[in-house]
Design a protein around this ligand. Structure first.
Ligand code: CTP
Length: 397
């Protein structure tokens, strides 16, 4: 359920910090990638060594990670990295600082740089939890969209009995599960994704193909499954391993891809055409292997293949259509034409002129072209580009 989810666990100075060790362990067990940020006071309650061992990631607690080398913990990078941040326990002191925007420690700076939702599980003693400042501060966080978990009641560190205990790790875990479960509106949606090259036969031995390896389409398919989509992956010839929990249909030629897409198109919610489909194929496929009989080969007569995406654009009903374009010149102008000709909702533009983009690499730099705007993205891993594309699809479906 939490496989690959990036969770930032913030720990502040409260005795409830010891319970967070089991929360970290359960998150890791469920496949989450967990990084921990601790306030200086939290270090008195649990050790970074314990949490680093459990999460298999270094724990961050100071701006300067290593005084000798000057290595520093990049709060912006941490804040941008996370899919979700959970601060548990949240002390009265950190709560107040979150409200005023103070950032005299790394955890607070991370929160100020955060670009994902925040869940907090406050913990403090009876009178502190009831104090008007606490009540007011929690309300401000709630009003600002922070998911504030209620206090539990019971015996407190002071010996008093009442409200103030942190929610149990099992409960926090459920909240995290629920967050990722509910988050994606691709859940249950049927996505048709094409990937890889097509091979157009010349004779039984030879073909005309292209350099596509299918990495981008496979990354999108894997991420879509993670988000709960029902995925049919139509793949041209590639060595890539099939991501789990999807239906893979292998095809070789553009004509076969056309047929496979046609079969599934009516029932899908979105078609993502990342395949590098041949535009032409030999008009006649020789029945037998062409022999080397002459000094030069006679020309191969080519005929156009059917444009799959163009056809789907014409027959579009509720489907969201995403196309790809690999251009080498006049990129944006060509991309806008394709978007409109093929009746697309989004065109993902690659330029071969961009370093790190194109065939075979694990990275990509793409521009999103929408009917009303364009958005240029940074060079990212294909996995992260897949996430960006699906984030856009979530808004479109
Ligand atoms: N495409 C398709 N069927 C084809 C050719 C392309 O569905 N026979 C899809 C590709 O998968 C891609 C989009 O159309 O999503 C753009 O492909 P591209 O080859 O760049 O566009 P073309 O319209 O063929 O233009 P050109 O090759 O002239 O740049």
């Amino acid at each position: 359920m939490l496989k690959g989810k990036k969770i930032l666990l913030g720990i502040t100075g409260s005795i409830a910090a010891y319970k967070v060790i089991s929360l970290a362990r359960e998150l890791v067990k469920k496949g989450a990638d967990v990084r921990v940020v601790m306030t200086p006071s939290a270090l008195s309650f649990v050790t970074p060594l314990t949490l680093a061992t459990i999460t298999k990631n270094p724990v961050h607690s100071a701006y300067i990670a290593d005084e000798l080398t000057g290595e520093w913990s990049n709060h912006v990078e941490l804040g941008k990295w996370a899919d979700l941040m959970v601060i548990a326990p949240l002390s009265a002191n950190t709560l107040a600082k979150l409200v005023t925007g103070e950032c005299d420690n790394l955890l607070l700076a991370v929160v100020l740089s955060l670009s994902c939702p925040l869940v907090v599980a406050p913990a403090m003693d009876l009178d502190m939890s009831d104090h008007w400042t606490t009540v007011g501060n929690l309300k401000i966080l709630k009003d600002k969209g922070v998911n504030v978990l209620d206090f539990d009641e019971g015996e407190l560190a002071s010996g008093l009995v009442g409200k103030g205990r942190m929610k149990e790790p099992e409960y926090i875990l459920e909240i995290v599960d629920e967050f990722f479960d509910l988050k994606s509106n691709l859940k249950g949606k049927k996505l048709l994704i094409t990937a890889g090259p097509t091979y157009e036969a010349i004779d039984p031995v030879r073909f005309i193909g292209n350099h596509s390896l299918g990495k981008m389409g496979f990354a999108i398919a894997a991420e879509a499954v993670e988000r709960g989509a029902e995925v049919v992956l139509i793949s041209g010839p590639t060595q890539l391993e099939t991501p789990s929990n999807l239906e893979r249909i292998n095809i070789t030629s553009a004509a076969e891809m056309f047929k496979a897409v046609e079969e599934h198109y009516d029932s899908c919610d979105s078609l993502i055409m990342s395949a590098a489909v041949a535009d032409y194929r030999p008009a006649v496929v020789a029945e037998n292997k062409l022999k080397k009989e002459k000094d030069s080969l006679q020309s191969i007569q080519m005929e156009p293949t059917q444009d799959i995406l163009l056809n789907c654009g014409k027959n579009k009903k509720r489907q969201v259509l995403i196309g790809f374009a690999l251009e080498t010149e006049n990129e944006l102008e060509n991309a806008k034409k394709k978007l409109s000709n093929k009746n697309l909702d989004l065109l993902v533009l690659n330029s071969l002129r961009d370093e790190g983009a194109g065939f075979g690499t694990d990275t990509n730099r793409v521009t999103f072209v929408f009917p009303d705007r364009t958005q240029q993205n940074d060079l990212k891993t294909k996995h992260d580009v897949a996430k960006d594309i699906l984030d856009e699809l979530e808004k479109l479906v």
